[in-house]
Design a protein around this ligand. Structure first.
Ligand SMILES: Nc1ncnc2c1ncn2[C@@H]1O[C@H](COP(=O)(O)O)[C@@H](OP(=O)(O)O)[C@H]1O
Ligand SMILES: [Mg+2]
Length: 360
């Protein structure tokens, strides 16, 4: 009961209780949640920001929705480095050696600095998952980048609930700068940064970010996406997007399969070429109906595109129609065919056997 002379208004009491609940909720969902996750991983509470590693206590599970949020952030932060280095005009271009076909395999400060940001962001947030990245990670030059544990609204809108998977089933593939050759030629529209998450070797989420137009596409298989397929594609005389710097015999293969009326679009970057198949608002993006590649290619170049296409009902396979497994070795030998809203297996049957025709 209230003391003499003091009258408690029911509305005031209700507002006071609501405020109290709000404070408790804030404490629990932010500060305490961060502490608990750090405790769970054996991290030192207070040894950094409240936000911390997102994997479960026993290293047991990770939430794919959280992985998507960090992957988008990593691609954007890596992209900031890529843009900064290009704008400085000091690329420190080097050769890592030669590809099997004898092309220079280039690397720049843009690749290295983007790799550092992307790798450490993902590694700090998900210490228990396998991460494979195109560039060497210098352990002496670590960077602790803390994820603030915020999942962007557009992801929350598409993917309503967390999606837990065992951490040991996950392989992350990072391409810190796709289209390095074109980057050195200042052909900026082709350049992307990419992150892919595979579960048991299957590509399940992909992010392709264009740093110079600040466009990001993401998708999760059986989850959602911020990008979609176009409404129509030309299956009879497709416009085919192919490599401009690692082409091999791709033009001959395309023309032999689809006839001389077929338009070939040479372009840089595997990320750019996948986006060419989709409904992308970016003005600098060309459009195509198919993506074909015939030479050797690495999994960090293609995994994100594969995941996005798969999430949207499309396909990326070897030229003989085999699914690509994103575990184990870094590269694939059997070329690449990517399509969406087409009869992919019929396209595979149309293609010549490259081993027999000598078009590899
Ligand atoms: N024959 C080959 N050997 C090694 N890497 C290849 C390759 N063909 C393509 N790639 C890589 O795949 C990506 C897309 O190639 P392209 O632009 O020619 O289509 C590029 O990645 P990076 O720029 O990340 O190195 C390129 O280096
Ligand atoms: Mg690269």
């Amino acid at each position: 009961m209230a003391p003499m002379g003091i009258r408690l208004s029911p509305l005031g009491v209700a507002v006071f209780c609501l405020l109290g609940l709000g404070v408790l909720y804030h404490l629990y969902s932010g500060f305490l949640a961060g502490r608990f996750s750090l405790f769970g991983l054996g991290g030192e509470p207070g040894g950094g920001a409240a936000a911390g590693p997102a994997a479960a206590a026993d290293g047991g599970t990770v939430d794919l929705r959280e992985m998507l949020a960090v992957s988008v952030l990593a691609a954007v932060r890596g992209g900031d480095e890529v843009r900064r280095v290009r704008e400085s005009n000091v690329l420190h271009e080097k050769s890592k050696g030669k590809t099997r076909e004898g092309a220079e395999d280039k690397m720049t400060s843009g690749d290295v600095l983007s790799n550092r940001k992307m790798f450490y962001l993902l590694k700090t947030a998900f210490p228990n998952v396998q991460i494979n990245t195109e560039e060497h990670v210098d352990a002496a030059d670590q960077e602790v980048i803390i994820w603030d544990r915020k999942i962007p609204e557009d992801i929350l809108k598409e993917i309503a609930t967390p999606k837990e998977v065992p951490a040991e089933s996950v392989t992350v593939w990072i391409d810190p700068l796709d289209a390095t050759q074109e980057y050195t030629e200042d052909l900026r529209k082709y350049v992307t940064t990419m992150v892919c998450v595979a579960v048991n070797g299957k590509p399940v989420l992909g992010v392709i970010h264009k740093p110079f137009s600040e466009y990001t596409a993401w998708a999760m298989v059986d989850g959602g996406s911020n990008v979609k397929a176009r409404t129509s594609y030309n299956e009879r005389t497709p416009r085919i997007v192919v490599s401009r710097s690692h082409s091999g015999m791709v033009k001959q293969v395309a023309l032999q399969t689809f006839g001389n009326q077929t338009t070939i679009i040479p372009a840089g970057g595997a990320g750019y070429k996948v986006l060419a198949l989709l409904d992308v608002p970016d003005k600098s993006q060309e459009k195509a109906d198919l993506y074909i590649h015939v030479t050797y290619i690495k999994k960090w170049d293609i995994c994100a595109g594969n995941a996005i296409l798969k999430a949207l009902g499309g396909h990326m396979t070897t030229l003989s129609g085999e699914e690509i497994s994103y575990t184990g070795s870094d590269g694939i030998e059997g070329g690449l065919l990517a399509s969406i809203r087409m009869n992919h297996q019929a396209l595979v049957r149309k293609l010549p056997d490259l081993e027999k025709t000598g078009h590899k």
